[in-house]
Design a protein around this ligand. Structure first.
Ligand SMILES: [Zn+2]
Ligand SMILES: [Zn+2]
Length: 438
């Protein structure tokens, strides 16, 4: 089976051995040199007769001319809405501005950009019920093929439902010229998948949750391409750049197929979420999503290696004081932690009976769990791979004190009911000790 995004989309609705019918929301992807010049043809393919083009100054400089020339060539008139300034935030002002400037005579939306512009494009297209194309300018995160947008609402980062792009065009000539940090971030968001896919498997063993080996295989195939190409990524190697770009689209398809973000986001993403939540509420430092995920991946892999050592040595479980922990959590997260504290009241993690069942599963299937942990790359390997492309590998390099790593790691288990390394360590009664070693 071919695991590139175009082949996966072409499969259409597909009845899988896991019991689900898998179908991607994205209808087309095209990752190749010169792909932006196909924007006009794709606009027509999706019924567009007049395009509303969304861009900012940087993204327009990167790909705007190719897109508008292609629209003109295809006989599709367009209206460009350009965000002024260097940097836009995915907040109420940015979304509202696109809504208020929308030209009612347009019947297709095209965003020229990646993270924020794609998030805004998806929201506007969803509100207007319009077909939507994303012409990527950087392979920086895995939200290309998803039906949600990550935005800042009331100073909190939240995920809202929106419209999955009908097509994503990734022009490798443009993508390889993206700022270095965007390329590092895209690779980071892909490296994160080595953790998330393994944690999904561990979750299945311990909690009996849904799991699909086919989806896991497609993530692993995309990840392998990214790891193999990592060295050439900043040198503009076409295969390396298209490997990351296509991998990011495949990740979106995988989450869509699974119906949950499980295959593409685990402990490492929760490190990143916590840093984002604290940044929005408390003004602490933060970096690009993928850069943070890469650091989270290094920390999580180190955690698994240490946990493995502790299990081999056999350690006595430590006591847990929930009230004391919730106080620490609320001090650390400030107002950003409200939802986490609420979650702690009802989540299965702290339910004694649910925990006893999980602990029984862990005892019964310990060798299987260790087998999954053994499939993970070493944190040394991933650290040197990231260093090789000049990407940060520690919180300190993005301005976050290393002394906060332990509490941040312990808080990852409180974000949602997703079974991850910190939940496993909690059930094993070694969370505090493990947190100190990360
Ligand atoms: Zn399946
Ligand atoms: Zn991600």
């Amino acid at each position: 089976m071919n695991y590139d995004s175009a082949s996966l989309i072409e499969k259409g609705a597909y009845r899988c051995a896991c019991g689900k019918i898998h179908k991607a929301s994205i209808k087309a992807s095209y990752v190749a040199p010169g792909a932006a010049a196909a924007a006009g043809a794709y606009a027509k393919r999706f019924g567009g007769t007049k395009a509303f083009v969304l861009a900012d100054e940087n993204t327009f400089a990167a790909a705007g001319r190719q897109v508008t020339a292609s629209l003109s060539g295809a006989g599709v008139p367009y209206q460009v809405f350009l965000y002024p300034g260097e940097r836009i935030e995915p907040d109420e002002k940015t979304v509202g501005s696109a809504v208020l400037h929308f030209d009612e005579t347009c019947d297709i939306l095209i965003s020229v950009g990646s993270g924020v512009l794609n998030d805004v494009g998806k929201i506007l297209a969803g509100m207007r019920g319009l077909p939507y194309l994303c012409v990527a300018t950087a392979p920086s995160m895995d939200g290309f093929a998803s039906s949600t947008s990550s935005v800042i609402r009331d100073r909190l980062k939240v995920s809202v439902n929106s419209r999955c792009p009908d097509a994503v065009l990734g022009d490798t000539d443009i993508l390889k010229a993206a700022p270095k940090i965007m390329l590092q971030a895209g690779l980071g968001d892909m490296l994160a998948k080595c953790v998330s896919v393994a944690e999904w498997q561990i979750g299945r063993i311990v909690t009996g949750e849904y799991y699909c080996p086919e989806i896991a295989a497609m993530i692993r195939a995309a990840l392998r391409k990214c790891i193999n190409g990592a060295e050439g990524l900043l040198q503009g190697d076409d295969e390396a750049v298209s490997g990351v770009m296509d991998g990011l689209i495949v990740a979106g398809i995988a989450a869509d197929w699974a119906g949950v973000s499980r295959p593409v986001s685990g402990t490492e993403h929760y490190f990143s979420h916590i840093w984002d939540m604290r940044a929005a509420a408390l003004g602490t430092p933060s970096s690009l999503h993928g850069v943070q995920c890469a650091i989270g991946t290094v920390k999580t892999l180190k955690g698994y290696e240490k946990l493995r050592g502790m299990l081999d040595a056999g350690v006595a479980p430590e006591p847990f004081n929930k009230a004391a922990w919730l106080k620490t959590l609320s001090d650390y997260m400030g107002e950003a932690g409200g939802q986490m504290l609420k979650n702690a009241e009802t989540c299965a993690l702290y339910d004694p009976q649910a925990q006893a069942e999980r602990q029984e599963n862990i005892r019964k299937h310990l060798f299987e769990i260790l087998g999954v942990i053994d499939t993970l790359p070493s944190y040394g390997e991933i650290t040197s791979l990231l260093r090789g492309i000049g990407a940060p590998t520690s919180p300190e390099e993005i301005g976050i004190p290393e002394s906060e790593t332990a509490v941040c790691f312990k808080a990852t288990k409180d974000i949602r009911d997703k079974y991850i390394l910190s939940s496993l360590a909690f059930d094993l009664g070694v969370l505090d000790r493990l947190a100190e070693k990360i």
